[in-house]
Ligand binder design. Structure first.
Ligand code: AMP
Length: 399
């Protein structure tokens, strides 16, 4: 169940020092941000609080410095990209997130000003969810806003403990993520279909177990479908396949039947002898798989079956690519299914929510991110939520 939480609508922000936890853990190469999506998505919350007259104090982690000051993991280079995302609003950087340095910068802020504090993970109290470290952070603020859904699966000081020390609120991005997730799994319009792909079953056992009890149809594609095909006695040749998980796959198939969840496995596949761009391919029925080939994508009959299910559904949840989409032409199944979801969403036939790991990259490759109802910026947190787990950072915002 989704815990109740207050949003920043309930925060009287003017003149207050507002500590906001965001996720600035973006990919950076040679000092340049290569994908600013997460910054862009949280910027509206920061901008709104600033224009409502708050002194906004931004907290984030970056990388895994494990409690040490690692210069390569400083948040300082993020000051400018954050300022850019705030339409040029000045951002003051503080060299530490607690102590005198942080206090001095916070004291210098006027109403509407923004400060970015150094990486919270430079202190080992952060990952330890340490009460003393959380108290040191709390002295800097009058209120706490969490806008980092993507870090909410961690019970850390700045994502969890801090919420118990100050009046706490969900930021706009956090609230949007929670609403999107609620819309698919808590009270979805049915029929509800989940499309789950990706490389392996082993990383998604709990997710599959949880979804089976909730969705009307579960579409399985990608490498993980091979494990299921193999478990039902089909030849999968040299495909990626977790043969040791055959019993577990059979168990999932049996449970799906028991829960009246329809499983849709590939009926035809695109195969190749080599896994490389432009390798000669064939499309074969699933019972005609040669021993010396690999399954690298779903075939046209399977795509049609998936599109048929999508057309009869009202809500879709998507996690994981349906083939090895990074290497063309094995992107075709993922692209075709993603475009069908996008088109049905645009025609208001479908509510579509996607997220987790490679999903954003796959949907970006298909050029459909903006057409889905919601694409989550979270990886691990999105997956843990799909597994049915309570996320500490979300629970901490509850009463
Ligand atoms: P995941 O992180 O579990 O969502 O897995 C994503 C990865 O699965 C991507 O890198 C895909 O290339 C890979 N993948 C999907 N289908 C296949 C397949 N049939 N064979 C090998 N790899 C695949």
């Amino acid at each position: 169940m989704m815990p109740s939480y207050r949003t920043i609508d309930a925060l009287d922000a003017a003149g207050k020092r507002v500590l906001i936890r965001v996720d600035l853990n973006v990919p950076v190469q040679n000092g340049k941000v290569t994908d600013a999506t997460r910054i862009m998505k949280t910027a509206p919350t920061i901008a709104e609080l600033a224009s409502r007259g708050a002194k906004v104090i931004v907290l984030s982690h970056f990388g895994r410095p494990k409690g040490a000051r690692v210069p390569a993991m400083s948040l300082k280079p993020l000051t400018e990209p954050l300022s850019d995302a705030l339409d040029g609003r000045h951002v003051t950087f503080a060299d530490d997130c607690i102590g005198d340095t942080a206090a001095r910068v916070v004291a210098s802020l006027g109403d509407g000003d923004v400060a970015l504090l150094e990486n919270v993970r430079f202190h080992d109290g952060e990952e330890a969810n340490d009460a003393g470290f959380a108290r040191a952070l709390a002295t800097l603020g009058d209120a706490y806003v969490n806008d980092a859904f993507s870090a909410a699966h961690r019970a850390h000081a700045s994502t969890a403990r801090l919420a118990s020390l100050l009046p706490s609120y969900a930021g706009r991005l956090m609230a949007a993520e929670l609403q999107a997730l609620e819309r698919v799994l808590e009270k979805p319009e049915r029929p509800l279909v989940a499309v789950v792909g990706g490389a392996k079953v082993s990383t998604k056992i709990e997710l599959l177990g949880n979804l089976i009890g909730k969705v009307d149809t579960l579409v399985l594609g990608g490498g993980m479908a091979n494990t299921f095909l193999n478990a039902t006695g089909l030849e999968v040749g040299k495909s990626l396949c977790e043969r040791d998980l055959a019993d577990l796959a059979c168990d999932i198939i049996a449970r799906a039947k028991h829960e009246r969840c329809t499983l849709l496995l590939p009926s035809d596949v695109v195969i190749a002898r080599e896994f490389k761009a432009g390798a000669p391919t064939e499309t074969v029925a699933i019972n005609a798989m040669p021993r010396d080939a690999m399954i690298l994508d779903i075939g046209p009959r399977t795509i049609k079956a998936i599109v048929d299910v999508l057309e009869q559904s009202r809500t879709v949840l998507w996690n994981g690519p349906l083939g090895a989409f990074e290497v063309p032409p094995f992107d075709r199944g993922t692209v075709a299914a993603a475009r069908a979801v996008a088109e049905l969403t645009e025609r208001k036939k479908l509510v579509s929510v996607a997220g987790g790991g490679d999903t954003v990259a796959a949907l970006g490759h298909a050029g459909v991110i903006d057409q889905f109802s919601y694409v989550s910026t979270a990886g691990g947190a999105f997956l843990e939520w799909l597994e049915g787990k309570t996320l500490p950072g979300v629970a901490a915002l509850g009463p």
